[in-house]
Design a protein around this ligand. Structure first.
Ligand SMILES: *[C@@H]1O[C@H](CO)[C@@H](O)[C@H](O)[C@H]1NC(C)=O
Ligand SMILES: *[C@@H]1O[C@H](CO)[C@@H](O)[C@H](O)[C@H]1NC(C)=O
Ligand SMILES: *[C@@H]1O[C@H](CO)[C@@H](O)[C@H](O)[C@H]1NC(C)=O
Ligand SMILES: *[C@@H]1O[C@H](CO)[C@@H](O)[C@H](O)[C@H]1NC(C)=O
Ligand SMILES: *[C@@H]1O[C@H](CO)[C@@H](O)[C@H](O)[C@H]1NC(C)=O
Ligand SMILES: *[C@@H]1O[C@H](CO)[C@@H](O)[C@H](O)[C@H]1NC(C)=O
Ligand SMILES: [Cu+2]
Length: 544
């Protein structure tokens, strides 16, 4: 009965959520879903198309899936099979979807990295991505093509675990999508990124921040001629006093590092990127682009309204964003509290360090794993930004800026027995041939890095020091795992993983603009084994 009621409520919510002022719409907690007795096939249809919407009151074209922004959530259980038929109806652009954090063991061609694991889906064409979800956790999906996710193609991807060790610690859950938000279309911003340093290059400034696709915007700041309606409304999360909620925070930003908090409420961290963490209390949590953190929040306050806050860390930009109010909000509304009033609560004042993750050394794994050694291959990568010969700004890894070979991805080169020793150096290709080899990567200097096909142990980070100065602090016993981690400014990050997933996996900066300008390498893992996996003709036929 209860589930039926919630479903009804949810469909009603979806029906009316495009209304601009919708004071009565609350996002209600999702009860813990019942685990199926056997793995299920979960099918989705994604119709990718442009639709004019006004999430924060400012009207613009948004690149959507099924007309929704944020996109439709994918929900599965551990070991399910997920099939998503993606049809490209953008009209004038190709597209490709990446399932961020899903390891694609045995199905590397469905990873969605254009020029690496496959080609993009042309206009009017479809591809059915078909893969398993063996690893429970909080993930997301987004376009992995020309920064389209910044124009809107992104959504949550939750994999439930019937044996989740934390199931007894919460009653219901919410997905909380945090993002920086741009009023200009990506094509405009990519144009600015092509300019030389001394001719107007800048990192695009976001105009707003959104929580679950909503926030207000001060329309007096909108350019003349634009369509903008004030007080578009906040996302409102309905709490019941006494209940415990798991909030799955997902940072879908192009660039912004966001500090998340709820006034008067503690956050109890239990998950980083699909990895269970020993309960750790905090008031404010940093979530960098691409990262996910689950927190348990106990509704232990008197019935009232409270601000849920996101704050973009403007110090992490080359030039501070112009015209941006970095603070954005949603509302936590307790059942029984006054309706349609803004909260009057005050923010937590805990200072957080800038442009840096939650300290991985203060987080502990719930179930420590034996971290493998010895290290077989150790890679040292230096990050850098400087102009190329044409004076255009490029981002470099060991002085090499990645260029997508869009129509001939590495995976096809492997299948075609291409001589990889003769590959263009701009492919930034590193090959690991030995199955089970332990790989360690040391990355130096600022930027959040995401590895496809794996999660990795975060052995250590250091700020304002070289790796040599900090190497003695590596944690090789109780390190946590993530799939996206920040290299602190003027510092270093060390990660470790095992080469056990035949495929080609990008390792790239998750600041979308830096990625677009070349900050990526690709790891080719066990090419001999990869050749024994058969690439589906449907995926292959996308390439010209
Ligand atoms: C909106 O922005 C204008 C111009 O920056 C400012 O004068 C005004 O106070 C702002 N209004 C609100 C409600 O913040
Ligand atoms: C999301 O990631 C971006 C980019 O790294 C970061 O600037 C922003 O602060 C993050 N948001 C949250 C809530 O941490
Ligand atoms: C990257 O460059 C550094 C410094 O020149 C060098 O020590 C390192 O070995 C290089 N890494 C790789 C993977 O070639
Ligand atoms: C980086 O590459 C450029 C062009 O290939 C070269 O001129 C420069 O010397 C290289 N820098 C380093 C530090 O290796
Ligand atoms: C592969 O390319 C390398 C570098 O160009 C070359 O030395 C080698 O002879 C090539 N191998 C084959 C089998 O063609
Ligand atoms: C690192 O250096 C910057 C700039 O000098 C400084 O603002 C920051 O506090 C330093 N951080 C640490 C952890 O030393
Ligand atoms: Cu970067």
């Amino acid at each position: 009965m209860r589930i039926l009621k919630n479903n009804l409520f949810v469909s009603l919510f979806l029906l009316v959520s495009s209304r601009l002022v919708s004071g009565d719409d609350y996002i209600v907690g999702t009860p813990k879903p019942k685990a199926p007795s056997s793995p299920q096939v979960r099918e989705y249809n994604f119709d990718v198309k442009k639709v004019t919407l006004a999430p924060d009151g400012f009207s613009r074209r948004i690149w959507t899936v099924n007309g929704q922004f944020p996109g439709p959530p994918i929900v599965a259980f551990k070991n399910d099979q997920v099939k998503v038929k993606v049809t490209n109806n953008l009209g004038d652009q190709e597209t490709s979807i990446h399932w961020h954090g899903i390891k694609q063991v045995g199905t590397p061609w469905y990873d969605g990295s254009v020029g690496v694991t496959g080609c993009a889906i042309p206009n009017g064409k479809s591809l059915t991505y078909d893969f398993k979800t063996p690893d429970p956790g909080t993930y997301w999906w987004h376009s992995h093509y020309i920064a389209q996710y910044v124009d809107g193609i992104a959504g949550s991807f939750i994999v439930h675990d019937p044996a989740d060790p934390y199931l007894s610690l919460y009653d219901e859950e919410f997905t909380v999508l945090l993002t920086d938000y741009h009023h200009d279309e990506v094509s405009t911003n990519l144009g600015i990124l092509q300019l030389p340093f001394d001719a107007g290059f800048r990192e695009p400034s976001p105009d707003n921040g959104l929580i679950n696709g909503r926030n207000n915007y001060n329309c007096t700041k909108a350019p003349a001629g634009s369509k903008c309606t004030a007080n578009a409304g906040y996302a409102k999360f309905k709490f019941q006093r006494g209940k415990r909620y798991r909030l799955r925070l997902i940072n879908t930003s192009a660039q912004a590092l966001i500090f998340f908090s709820i006034d008067n409420h503690d956050l109890n961290i239990i998950e980083t990127d699909g990895f269970d963490i020993k309960f750790q209390q905090a008031h404010r949590v940093p979530v960098h682009a691409g990262q996910r953190v689950s927190v348990v929040v106990i509704a232990n306050q008197a019935a009232d309204n409270f601000w849920m806050r996101g704050e973009i860390d403007v110090q992490c930009y080359f030039q501070p964003p112009v015209n941006l109010d970095p603070k954005f909000n949603a509302i936590v509304h307790y059942e029984g509290a006054k309706e349609n009033v803004d909260p009057t609560t005050k923010p937590w004042t805990d200072a957080l360090e800038h442009c840096i993750d939650l300290n991985p050394n203060t987080l502990k794994p719930l179930n420590p794993e034996l971290i493998p050694s010895p290290v077989g291959t150790s890679l040292s990568l230096f990050l850098d930004v400087h102009p190329d010969e044409q004076k255009r700004v490029r981002f470099f890894i060991n002085n090499s800026s990645f260029v997508h070979d869009e129509n001939n991805p590495i995976i096809n080169k492997v299948y075609n027995n291409y001589n990889l020793s003769a590959i263009n150096p701009n492919q930034n290709l590193y090959t690991f041939n030995k199955l089970g080899e332990v790989i360690q990567v040391v990355i130096q200097r600022d930027h959040p890095f995401h590895l496809h096909g794996h999660n990795f142990w975060v052995l250590g980070v250091g700020q304002n020091e070289t790796y040599q100065q900090g190497v003695s602090t590596l944690n090789t016993v109780t390190a946590i795992k993530r799939d996206t981690a920040v290299v602190p400014s003027a510092g270093w990050l060390v990660i470790r993983f095992v080469a056990d997933n035949p495929g080609v996996w990008m390792f790239h900066c998750h600041i979308e603009w830096h990625f677009q300008l070349g900050m990526s390498v690709q790891f080719l893992e066990i090419p001999d084994k990869l050749k024994t996996l058969s690439q589906p003709p449907e995926a292959r036929s996308l390439c010209p």
